[in-house]
Structure formats: C-alpha cells, structure tokens
Design a binder for this molecule. Structure first.
Ligand SMILES: Cc1ncc(C[n+]2csc(CCOP(=O)(O)OP(=O)(O)O)c2C)c(N)n1
Length: 331
C-alpha cells in the first residue's frame, strides 16, 4: 500500500513533533523539572507515529509506554500540553495532575497508558469485542513492547482476537530489550511475530526505524480490521538509543552498553532516515523542513509554558482518586 505525498508529509511532521517533545521531556527530567519517570523515545519514535497517524478519532488506541505514548497520542490528535501538564502534576493535566504517566484521554479513545507491562492485553480484547458488537468499523490499535509478549495474557489476547476476528492490530515495538534483558534470551525465535502463526493471524515484520515502511504496514492492518477481516500482528524492529528510563544504568544483560555500540545504533536514526527520504524524493524543500521544525519547537515550548503556568491542584482526600480513573467522574 504505497503512501501518498500527503500521508508522508503527515508522518514526517508527527515524527519531528515527537522528536522535539522527547528531547524537551528528557531535558526536563535531567534538570529536575519533572518528577517520576521518563522512558525516553530517542531512536524508538517511528513505530508510534506509524501506528497512530491514520487512526480516526473514534478508534481506540493503547499507546506503548516508550516516550510515554506521545508519538502515538500526538499522531492521534491529542494536544501534548495536556500530557506535559499532567506529568508536572498540574490541575490542567488530562487527569488533573493526579496520574503521573498512567493517564487516559477517553474523548480521544486513548486508554491503557500504564507502567504495568502487558496489562493492556485483556482490555484491548474487550474494546475489540465492543467495537465488533457495535458494527461501526472502529479499530483498536494495541502498541506494546517485546517485553510484554513474554506474558501469558498476550497469548490469551492473540487467541481470542483471532478466534473472534476482532478489529485489533497488535503492533509490537520490538527494540530487543526489556529494561536490561536481551529479547533473544527470552524468546525461542528471533521474531516475536512468529507467535501470530499459532493463531492463524497474518503478520508482518517491518523496519521500525523507517516511519514510512511502518505506516504502510499499519495502514494495511487498519484497513483489514475495518473491513471486519480480523486482527493483524505487526512487528516493528526498532532501537532504544538511551537507557530504559532516565537515570537507570544502560545495561544489556549485566554489561553496560558502550559508546561505540550506541554510536553504531545511532547510524539508524529514524529522524535522519525520514529526513533523507523526504529530501531525496522531493517531498519537502529545505525551507519546508525548517518550517516543520520551527512549528514543532513552538508547539513544544507552548506546551511547556502551559504546564509551568498552570496551578498545582489543591487535592482533598475525597477527590484524590477521581481523575485517575476517569477525568471528572465519580468512582
Ligand atoms: C507487570 C510488570 N512487570 C514488570 C515491570 C517492570 N518493567 C517496566 S518496563 C519493563 C520492560 C518492558 O519492556 P518492553 O515491553 O520491551 O518495552 P521497552 O521498555 O523495551 O520499550 C519491565 C519489565 C512492570 N512495569 N510491570
């Protein structure tokens, strides 16, 4: 499914927005202007952009925790300022500053943003089932890492989604590592997508450093799901350039990853790969590329300012839990 120029423009723009967002959050974390955790997306931004850029607002999205789901969410139309206000603990955040990075955007169909690895699998089957009952062509995009597929509930979800032909896309962002553990030591095959074969589910392996190749696969899977043909498994081979979360040692197994290793990995930077592509194919001029960076930088700075200028919530014991589960609803 060849992408149009318009589709490539959208993907490139969302990738640059994700990249500048990720840089800003990483810097804030290092300088102590963000509390909690940040799982940097450097190197690992293209799969989320590819998975979510062509979803409709009514579709469901379960974002991966890498880059705190922002490549996915901003590609689905969410304003990043409500995320950054949330992570800075402000009243204007999407869950009124109560959630850190365990938030949701119900009006945009974004649920299951969580640090609980693999927790998404049962609920995406439920969302897929609900979509199928409604018969309204809604699609469920489930993004998660290789590490989450080590869990039993991943198999249950693949089985049920395949058996009931649910409109779910299993988009595995395989960076080959789960914190310090090497994926090759946790899986009997080099390709996690081989799991799909057991459930007679179509699967595809894509270059997760190439946002355009990844998006072609996503578009195909979304179309299949919308047409009622059932789930697809996409495995995007990607790379984590940085440590698992900021401040944690960067080990693979028990050995630190060396600068030389990281430099070699950085040769496959998704932003550089996409930039080369749009230049060589004449999709954007140099001036247009500069304008995309400028607009994305302005967006990131405005989001930061919005968060910094927002008030800290005055949380009472009575409403402590309220926004965590559903913004504003009684629980
Ligand atoms: C249920 C559960 N088990 C363990 C952890 C600790 N943990 C946090 S992130 C992570 C690795 C996740 O790896 P992967 O899914 O491949 O995503 P990546 O961080 O590599 O992008 C683990 C084991 C957790 N948060 N939740």
């Amino acid at each position: 499914m060849a992408l149009t120029k318009k589709q490539k423009k959208l993907l490139f723009t969302n990738l640059i927005r994700s990249h500048l967002f990720d840089e800003m959050v990483s810097k804030r974390m290092v300088s102590g202007r963000l509390v909690g955790f940040y799982h940097p997306g450097d190197g690992h931004l293209a799969p989320g952009v590819a998975a979510a850029s062509f979803l409709q607002k009514s579709d469901y999205l379960s974002p991966h925790h890498r880059a705190h789901g922002m490549p996915h969410m901003l590609s689905k139309g969410i304003d990043m300022k409500y995320y950054i206000a949330e992570h800075t603990g402000k009243e204007t955040g999407c869950c009124a500053g109560r959630s850190s990075f365990h938030f949701c955007f119900p009006e945009h169909g974004v649920f299951l943003m969580s640090g609980f690895i693999g927790y998404n699998f049962a609920p995406v089957v439920g969302l897929g089932w609900a979509a199928k009952q409604r018969g309204n062509q809604q699609v469920v995009m489930n993004c998660s890492g290789d590490g989450s597929y080590n869990e039993g509930r991943a198999h249950e979800a693949l089985l049920m989604a395949a058996n009931w032909r649910l409109p779910v896309v299993f988009f595995c962002e395989n960076n080959g590592m789960a914190i310090f553990a090497d994926a090759n030591e946790m899986h009997p095959t080099p390709h996690i997508s081989s799991m799909a074969k057991a459930y007679d589910m179509p699967s595809e392996i894509v270059d997760g450093q190439d946002v355009f190749a990844s998006a072609e696969a996503a578009l195909k899977a979304i179309k299949r799901a919308r047409e009622g043909k059932g789930p697809t498994f996409i495995e995007a081979k990607t790379i984590r350039f940085r440590e698992h979360d900021i401040g944690t040692p960067d080990l693979l197994g028990s050995a630190p990853r060396t600068k030389k290793q990281i430099d070699q990995l950085r040769a496959r930077d998704p932003v550089e790969i996409a930039t080369r592509h749009v230049r060589e194919k004449g999709i954007f001029s140099e001036d247009e590329i500069a304008a995309i960076y400028e607009a994305a930088q302005a967006e990131v700075e405005a989001a930061e300012k919005f968060a910094d200028d927002s008030p800290i919530p005055d949380v009472t014991e009575a409403d402590l839990m309220k926004q965590v589960f559903y913004n504003g609803a009684d629980v």
